[in-house]
Design a protein around this ligand. Structure first.
Ligand SMILES: *Cc1c(COP(=O)(O)O)cnc(C)c1O
Length: 498
């Protein structure tokens, strides 16, 4: 069955999956959603016999139905290979009452690798399929994690160039070091004198700069987006929910058809939305437990029906969840509003103009699968200690938010359904917060602290961190936001009169 994509905000002609991946987002400012949600065709028992790549193909072929078998398998094989430090790609680790799904074994040791390692291949394939032949230019503004994962994904991929802008004084030293040591002639990393919002706004303006876009077209280039709203990022994230279920089945923890709860540390709502689609595709998921940090805009939404971003922005130890506008929530709003673009567009207009909206009672009734909770800074640190004291397992602060929320959910509801907690980052990526939570000395330099954490956790320092030791700095450009366009033109070798 052919699955097409249309906007959450207006009735335009549906387009194919490859076109949606290439464009990133529709012109009306909405997001692409599938016109129908396909059902899994293999049973969990059949899937349980496959490896990660096999499951990925069986899930993704249903949603990316205009890719041929050969095209999609090639994308999957190029993505989920020895870049991951384990054959299993995403191991499940039991600790206490829950299974931790380790989504951090890719090149940048955070879960963004799950999607960004395949997106470049889906995109270049899409360009070839749609006969555009143009070179794809990715522009990204990053607050830390996405930038390096996108760089790692696109570096060296033929037919693409990637440029990442980050706030020069707004990322952690490990994060900056990861980015500025990126190898690859098609990559460029630039620090901005300004904050993340400055970088983000300027990148958005460049995407729609008509003169620049036309100049690029004359030179056979086109922009695309590696942002988490691209369906080329959403689709690969559905895979690991199905995969986790089949591993529990293979291990005899559950029988076919038994429900499993998933607990997701949430920011932009992309990861948990993938779980929602997995459930709609027929995977027996019980509850979708949405965990927030102190920026608990989603917790308030699920408990009151009102989404309100007018509040203080809190900096936490789980920075990848420090978000007040969860972009991907728009897709859920669209679906619970009866797949009606007019309904969705009205809420999004309120969000833009007033910073808030309240969904209807009828829409709230459809959120029965979702449970929501949050963990503040003290609860997060406490959770890192509690899990460590249990069996020596060390988790990162993002994972700890989810783990803490689950611990309270389980004791308050006595819901004993097997639960999988998404572990979204390696503790080595946030070693300062982790070591502080465990009461250790954190005054050491980054890389020495990593060695200490390795002793404490009983696991080796990941290559992504140890490689930084001798990696030369290859990117040292810093500019003002007003100079970003010139930097883009220079990188792309554009010489027309500006
Ligand atoms: C991006 C990120 C999240 C949040 O995921 P969303 O899809 O934005 O909800 C959680 N943890 C880590 C480590 C991340 O990098």
């Amino acid at each position: 069955m052919e699955i097409l994509y249309k906007s959450t905000r207006s009735d335009s002609t549906p387009i194919t999956a490859s076109q949606a991946i290439l464009r990133g987002f529709p012109e009306d400012g909405g997001l692409y959603v599938p016109t129908s949600v396909p059902k899994l065709e293999c049973t969990p028992a059949q899937l349980a016999k496959m490896d990660y790549r096999g499951v990925a193909y069986e899930v993704m072929r249903l949603l990316l139905s205009d890719y041929t078998e050969e095209e999609l398998k090639k994308c999957i094989e190029s993505a989920y290979d020895s870049k991951f430090d384990t054959e299993e790609i995403v191991p499940l680790r039991k600790s206490g009452n829950a299974w931790y799904l380790e989504l951090f074994h890719g090149p940048t040791i955070a879960f963004k690798d799950m999607a960004l390692s395949i997106l470049p291949h889906l995109m270049t394939t899409a360009a070839a399929k749609n006969g555009s032949g143009a070179e794809i230019v990715i522009l990204t503004a990053t607050s830390g994690d996405t930038g390096k994962a996108a760089l790692a994904g696109f570096a060296g991929v033929e037919g693409t160039k990637i440029m990442v802008f980050y706030p020069k004084h707004g990322v952690s030293s490990i994060q900056e070091r990861q980015m500025v040591t990126t190898v690859g002639a098609n990559t460029r990393v630039i620090g901005i004198n300004g904050n993340f919002d400055d970088a983000q706004t300027s990148v958005k303006n460049l995407f729609t700069d008509k003169a620049l876009v036309e100049e690029m077209a004359r030179h056979g280039m086109q922009f695309s987006s590696a942002n988490s709203i691209n369906i080329g990022r959403l689709t690969p994230q559905i895979v690991y929910y199905v995969y986790a279920y089949t591993r529990l089945l293979a291990d005899g923890v559950i029988e076919e058809g038994d429900p499993v709860n998933f607990v997701v540390p949430t920011g932009n709502f992309g990861n948990i939305l993938a779980a929602y689609y997995a459930k709609r595709m027929g995977l027996p998921i019980g509850k979708l437990i949405c965990a927030s940090n102190s920026n608990k805009v989603l917790f308030d939404f699920f408990t009151t029906g009102e989404y309100d971003k007018n509040r203080e922005f809190v900096l936490t130890s789980s920075p990848s969840m420090d978000i007040l506008i969860s972009s991907n929530l728009e897709r859920l709003i669209y679906h619970i509003g009866g797949d009606d673009p007019a309904v969705c567009a009205a809420f999004m207009k309120d969000l833009k103009e007033k910073g808030r909206y309240t969904i209807t009672e009828h829409m709230r009734e459809q959120l029965g699968d979702f449970v929501s909770g949050y963990a503040d800074e003290e609860q997060t640190a406490q959770e890192i200690r509690t899990v460590y004291m249990g069996d020596g397992y060390v988790i990162d602060p993002h994972t700890a938010v989810a783990s803490s929320v689950y611990r309270r959910y389980r004791s308050e509801t006595s819901d004993g359904t097997p639960a999988v907690i998404d572990s979204t980052a390696s503790p080595f990526k946030f070693e300062g917060s982790v070591m502080a939570a465990l009461g250790k000395d954190t005054s050491l330099p980054d890389l020495e602290l990593a060695d200490k954490l390795s002793e404490v956790a009983g696991v080796p320092v990941p290559k992504a961190v140890s490689d930084l030791k001798d990696a030369p700095i290859l990117h040292d450009i810093v500019c003002d936001r007003t100079q970003m366009k010139e930097e883009v033109r220079r990188f792309l070798g554009l010489t027309d009169q500006a």
